[in-house]
Structures are given as C-alpha cells and as structure tokens.
Design a protein around this ligand. Structure first.
Ligand code: IMP
Ligand code: MG
Length: 174
C-alpha cells in the first residue's frame, strides 16, 4: 500500500526524480577530483533515499557519513531552532564536504549546519538539495538543487509528515 487518501497530487514522479538525480551525479562528479577527499554527508532522515541514489551516480571516490538535525516534529512549519542530534564520526579535517539535504525551506537548518562543518575543519562545504522552496533569506544557498518546489507541504522519497510517507518512490503534496 503506497497511497493514502491524504495525498493530493504527485508533484515529481519516480521517473523525473531518477532522471534529475543522474544529472546531478554528472555535475557533482565533474566538480570534484580525488585530491578533494570528498565526503558525502546526508542529513537524516529526510535525505536517505536521495543520498542512496545520488552516491551511486557520483564517480569520484568518496566517503559516506550522516548527521541528524532536529526536525519539525509533527508540525508543518519551521520552529526556527535547530539542534544537532548526531555529529558525523568521520574526521573532516582538510576534506571537501558535500552535504545532502532533502529540502531547503527557510534555510535555518543549513545556516546552523554549514558553520558547524566548517568548524570541524572541512576544506570546503557545498550543499546539494533535492528540493528548494526559495523562501530563504538568500544567505545560505545550495550549490546544486534538484527541483524548485511549490510552497506546499511535500512528502515522499524520504520526506515525511509526522513520520509517514517517507517510503513513497515519488514526491507528492499533502
Ligand atoms: P528549513 O530549516 O526551514 O530550511 O527546513 C528544512 C527542513 O525542514 C528539511 O530538511 C525538512 O526536514 C523540513 N521540511 C521543510 N519543508 C518540508 C516539506 O514540505 N515536507 C517535509 N519536510 C519539510
Ligand atoms: Mg531534513
């Protein structure tokens, strides 16, 4: 059972996501070299499917790790505070970090995570976000964006509402 009566529209199909992730993989692969000692860090839990698909199309050798930041909980709006719940164990000193986010909304999460990863000694930190709602102040912009997202609450392909719908292979609006 992969559908629910609360889901309104499929916004990005499984095929569209697959195609865009392959393009992102090509762009990212051409932006790094082996000397960058790239480490790809996924923001749990929302990025887990995107991360799994993306790393399989990045052709530069890279490490994999995850971090966890506090989420919206059951709410559909940002509380404006972000706590780091899990810090990557990987030594980031002198390494290029690619942070993998499911969706950027207000940019609050990134504005906390980026300085933290820089303090951990990363030589550079870039962000790839599958979705971007473009509601940010513009201070923290991802280097790569999969899709511009409508300003509705989205679920599926990792994104949840109150921990439901993460497993959907497509992205839909509630
Ligand atoms: P920001 O800190 O306001 O940029 O929000 C980013 C985080 O909020 C994302 O990593 C998601 O976990 C969550 N989020 C924002 N918009 C949505 C949405 O439409 N659906 C599900 N989660 C969302
Ligand atoms: Mg998230």
């Amino acid at each position: 059972m992969t559908t629910d009566s609360a889901i309104q529209d499929v916004v990005f199909s499984e095929e569209a996501i697959h195609e865009r992730v392959r393009e992102l993989g090509r762009e990212i692969s051409s932006a790094y070299s082996a000397e960058d000692r790239l480490v790809v860090i996924g923001v749990l839990k929302g990025s887990f499917l995107f991360m799994a698909d993306l790393v399989r199309v990045i052709e530069i050798p890279h490490g994999i790790d995850f971090l966890m930041a506090s989420s919206y909980g059951d709410s559909m709006v940002s509380r404006g505070e972000v706590a780091l719940l899990h810090d990557p164990k990987t030594d980031l000193e002198g390494r290029a970090v690619l942070l993998v986010e499911d969706i950027v909304d207000t940019g609050t999460t990134l504005s906390v995570l980026l300085p933290h990863l820089e303090e951990r000694g990363a030589s550079r930190v870039d962000v790839v976000a599958l979705l971007h709602k473009r509601l940010t102040s513009g201070l923290v912009e991802p280097r790569w964006v999969g899709f511009d997202a409508p300003n509705s609450f989205l679920v599926g392909y990792g994104l949840d509402h109150a921990e439901t719908f993460r497993h959907l292979p497509y992205i839909a609006s509630l």
